[in-house]
Write a protein that binds this ligand. Structure first.
Ligand SMILES: Cc1ncc(C[n+]2csc(CCOP(=O)(O)OP(=O)(O)O)c2C)c(N)n1
Ligand SMILES: [Mg+2]
Length: 562
């Protein structure tokens, strides 16, 4: 049967199990949109900015375990989309992005909106290609899904030149892609067991993508059987239920100093899945480069990640399910000598979480820790928390207990603006779950226009806007390095409650701790009854810049060091 290129393309999406596509339309790929008109089983989510499309595709993929798919137009669409592509690359999220392109008849003239995607996306994708012949669409699309999901997952960009979309061809569909992962060898597993048997103070560090429920379950069993302390890498805090007695904290920005010390003092680090990047190693200080003094077992999906920064004693290329199932079957260490230390590490975590933030002049009118504890006691344990980048996110990382796999959607790339689209995507992927987005006043306004998308698709996400009237993170660094010379970090904000209401969302302002619980109750009721988003603006004390230090203290410490 002869099909148009666009029809072949959409049929391939169905072959690969795609049920949702995020997009901003463009004339460059009109034919593809038209083919979606009668495609069954594919929901088209239309965004208000292409960053929304790629952030949502990323979050959707993280939550479903399936590649996220987005479509954007040429030049300006592609450049807007790039932030989400970069995030998917850093977060190892499988994503396939289709981009319109000028026809081959005009290419290399800097035609209207022309950009060379191979050069533009080269460093932030696993593969960028352009499809020039309709009969090769099944091959290219299958390859794209294969690359995106195998080894270390990541984004792939496929460009669709206009002349391709005018073609038709007679070609068969491909088969569904099959993600390929390595598995550990018997010798490697025996090596892990031997190193564990020799250890006195081991610690497990979980992270990265590619985890499944079964893999997390197997990992938990292994940790329990061997009384191992389990820490989670920056923004992979949901790989072990934080209420589990073996969970000892997160290894990222604002790490518990006692946990950092434990990692430095460990004699064996079992790093299962994380990239061992800057955020997870305390700026490459918890483990020394290139040869850590701790014995290091590094397990990662991507061969190229192993030995990239750290020379582990044992470097194992493996998918997480493949590795975790072997761990679960491993003969446990008899009466592990570190069992008491694991309990102590857990106590340190609980004490760290129970510790009140550092407030200068007594508890402020609005206590942000109380906000998180109120959320925790009111919302289900499997609530999904999303956030973008900014100091506000430390309130979630420090005080919220993530309820297990797929309860956290947060960018390890530190891209502002991720939280709102991720929250909406989460609600689209799992409408029955409660979804709460933590956003800063800076962070929120980077992608807050996606509230219109939430309203349009009835995504009842609850968004908390932490309004401190500034790009607080940068102000904090500013005070550290250039004290009392504030420039470029103050913000003048809209009324977030009124802004939300104008989108058809619930909007409220909270200025005191006491106002939060009733506002939360109203917002949650609104989200579930109306299936519409809600925004609660939290007017916070600008001096409370992190749970650990006030701005004034940071400034005066910096001034006194001069
Ligand atoms: C897209 C993007 N632009 C800039 C930055 C640099 N940056 C990191 S945090 C931050 C300020 C965040 O401000 P806000 O959302 O208000 O959170 P706060 O730190 O005040 O809690 C900035 C500008 C970034 N990480 N991402
Ligand atoms: Mg702020």
């Amino acid at each position: 049967m002869i099909r148009t290129a666009a029809r072949i393309l959409i049929d391939q999406l169905q072959v690969h199990g795609v049920n949702t596509v995020f997009c901003v339309p463009g004339e460059s790929y009109l034919a593809v949109l038209d083919a979606l008109y009668d495609a069954r089983g594919i929901r088209l989510v239309v965004n208000r900015h292409e960053s929304g499309s790629t952030f949502m595709a990323d979050a959707y993929a993280k939550l479903t375990g399936q590649p996220g798919v987005a479509m954007v137009t040429r030049g300006p669409g592609a450049t807007n989309a790039s932030i989400g592509v970069h995030s998917a690359f850093q977060d190892s999220t499988p994503m396939v992005l289709f981009v319109g392109q000028v026809g081959n008849d005009f290419v290399e003239r800097e035609a209207f909106q022309e950009i060379d995607y191979r050069r533009m996306f080269g460093q932030m994708t696993k593969w960028v290609a352009q499809i020039d012949r309709a009969e090769r669409i099944p091959e290219y699309v299958a390859h794209a899904f294969q690359v995106a999901t195998s080894g270390r997952p990541g984004p792939v960009v496929l460009a669709l030149p206009e002349d391709l979309l005018e073609q038709s061809a007679e070609v068969e569909d491909a088969a569904c892609h099959q993600p390929v992962q390595s598995a550990p060898t018997d010798t490697q597993i025996a090596g892990v067991r031997r190193l564990l048997g020799q250890a006195r103070a081991p610690i497990v560090l979980l992270g990265g993508s590619g985890w499944t429920e079964a893999a997390c379950e197997n990992l938990r069993r292994f940790a329990e059987a061997n009384a191992l302390p389990v820490a989670c890498a920056f923004r992979y805090q949901d790989l072990l239920d934080n209420r589990h007695p073996n969970y000892v904290g997160d290894v990222g920005i604002g790490i518990n100093p006692k946990l950092a010390q434990r990692i430095r003092d460990a004699d064996l680090v079992l790093a299962i899945g994380p990239r061992l990047g800057e955020m997870t190693t305390g700026g490459y200080s918890l483990l020394t480069v290139p040869r850590p003094k701790q014995t290091l077992v590094h397990v990662h999906q991507g061969i190229e990640e192993l030995g990239r920064v750290y020379q582990g004693q044992l470097m194992i290329a493996s998918g997480m399910p493949q590795f975790a199932s072997r761990l679960a079957m491993m003969m446990p260490v008899d009466a592990p000598p570190w069992a008491a230390a694991t309990r102590a590490a857990r106590e340190d975590y609980e004490a760290w979480q129970a510790q009140a933030p550092v407030y200068a002049g007594g508890t402020p009118k609005l206590d942000l820790r109380q906000v998180v504890t109120t959320l925790q006691s009111s919302l289900p344990a499997d609530t999904i928390i999303t956030n973008g980048a900014g100091n506000f996110s430390t309130w979630a990382h420090r005080y919220w207990r993530y309820g297990g796999l797929r309860t956290q959607l947060a960018p390890t790339s530190g891209s502002m603006g991720y939280g709102v689209p991720a929250g909406i995507a989460a609600k689209l992927a799992a409408p029955e779950r409660t979804v709460v987005t933590f956003a800063g006043d800076g962070d929120f306004l980077m992608t807050g226009q996606e509230l219109a998308t939430a309203t349009m698709y009835q995504a009842g996400v609850l968004i908390l806007v932490f309004n401190n009237g500034m790009y607080g993170t940068i102000r904090m660094h500013q005070e550290r390095h250039h004290p009392a010379r504030v420039i470029g970090t103050g913000l003048v904000n809209p009324r977030f409650d009124l802004l939300a209401q104008s989108y058809g969302a619930f909007g409220a302002v909270v200025e005191t701790t006491g106002q939060f619980a009733p506002a939360l109750e109203q917002a949650v009721a609104f989200c579930s009854a109306r299936r519409l988003p809600a925004v609660i603006e939290l007017r916070s004390d600008a001096d409370v810049i992190t749970p650990n230090a006030t701005l004034a203290a940071i400034r005066s410490a910096a001034l006194s060091h001069r």
